[in-house]
Design a protein around this ligand. Structure first.
Ligand code: KG4
Ligand code: ZN
Length: 337
């Protein structure tokens, strides 16, 4: 079975074709980051309009790169939530309509399920069950994963997501949007012990997170010490270490609680080298292993949507003819396959 995947939930148009036997046949991505950079964040209406311009040409490109035509596609999967309503509607409308025109089944994919399953696109794929740490621009979640669709939410951020905290702190330092990767780069030049930032909510039991206080801590340092290159690098390194430490502490707790030995990290922040390295060391010491997607599949992409859609379509699930999106969609509401 060959599935066309469409991702338009935020500021990336991602298209891919996944084949159940041959794996990923093609994937193309268009990033709107330059479009939103001047505004310091995603402008939803601009995002929707740009998805309208880019989605069909990218679908044609993905088909051409795979050497396929529409007749070779057996099903269409599109992100239906969570995300920006207008942006989601572009992918959902096109995806649902193409499937109808091609007389093939369609499937509405949960964006975070896409992220969560992305490491399974790699050669060294994790087996079930595993613990998933989902760290993106909109979500920070710890999920016990027993199988596809069998998800138990163990903890999540009560305010800012980890990626959001990276972006907001980067903005305070004058870095461009999205500042997460730029802040991580600056951190390599700084001293992670220079400033003591809080490790929020680690001093009490539980698996929830809170990252909104970190940007306040960073802004206080900037006010006091100025925004010189060295201060910036030291703030970046100290801030990153505080986030990484916090995530490490909660992951260790969740692994102890579940007894799982496999940890999956996914979502944009899982591209962070320091996080990958330090989690790798921790899991090694615990006799476990950490799994993550290749860098291109950490941030939003069509491949993870084609893959997640394939799993459900191959199991016989499909959408009715309604064109619908679910901008707020709890992950643990999904049905198992
Ligand atoms: O998963 P994603 O592409 O979009 C959402 O679904 O939100 O994640 C984007 C987030 C942004 O906040 C971005 O700054 C962050 O991931 N990010 C990083 C890194 N690369 C991307 N944060 C820290 N270090 C990185 N290397
Ligand atoms: Zn995402």
């Amino acid at each position: 079975m060959r599935v066309l995947g469409i991702e338009t939930s935020c500021d990336e148009t991602g298209i891919a074709i996944y084949d159940g036997e041959q794996g990923l046949l093609s994937h193309v991505l268009y990033s709107q980051i330059p479009l939103h950079a001047d505004y310091g964040g995603v402008v939803p209406e601009l995002a929707s309009r740009d998805h309208v311009r880019k989605t069909l040409p990218l679908i044609k490109q993905a088909l051409a790169e795979a050497g396929l035509t529409a007749a070779d596609i057996d099903g269409v999967a599109y992100t239906a939530g969570p995300g920006l309503a207008g942006a989601l509607l572009v992918g959902a409308t096109l995806g649902r309509s193409l499937a109808f025109a091609w007389q093939k089944p369609a499937l509405a994919v949960h964006h975070m399920e896409g992220h969560l399953l992305a490491p399974m696109l790699e050669e060294d794929a994790p087996a079930f069950p595993f613990l998933a740490l989902l760290v993106s621009g909109g979500h920070t979640q710890l999920v016990a994963v027993e199988g596809i669709g069998s998800y138990t939410l163990l903890g999540e951020s009560i305010d800012d997501a980890a990626g959001e905290a990276f972006d907001k702190t980067a903005k305070l330092m004058g870095l461009e949007y999205p500042g997460g990767p730029l802040l991580a780069k600056l951190a390599t030049l700084g001293d992670p012990k220079k400033y003591t930032f809080p490790r929020p909510m680690t001093d009490r039991p539980g698996l929830d997170f809170s990252f909104s206080g970190l940007k306040t801590a960073a802004s206080l340092v900037i006010q006091k010490e100025g925004n010189t290159a060295q201060v910036q690098a030291d703030i970046a390194a100290s801030f990153q270490q505080a986030v990484v430490d916090t995530l490490l502490i909660k992951c260790r707790r969740a692994l102890q609680q579940t007894g799982y030995k496999r940890l999956v990290i996914a979502g944009g922040v899982s591209a962070n080298e320091e996080l990958r390295t330090q989690l790798g060391i921790m899991l090694g010491a615990m006799g476990g292993k950490v799994f993550y997607p290749r860098k291109a599949f950490c941030t939003d992409n069509g491949a993870m949507i084609a893959f997640a859609g394939y799993q459900r379509l191959a199991a016989g699930q499909q959408q009715d003819l309604t064109i619908g999106v679910t901008p707020r969609w709890p992950l643990d509401r999904l049905s198992p396959i």
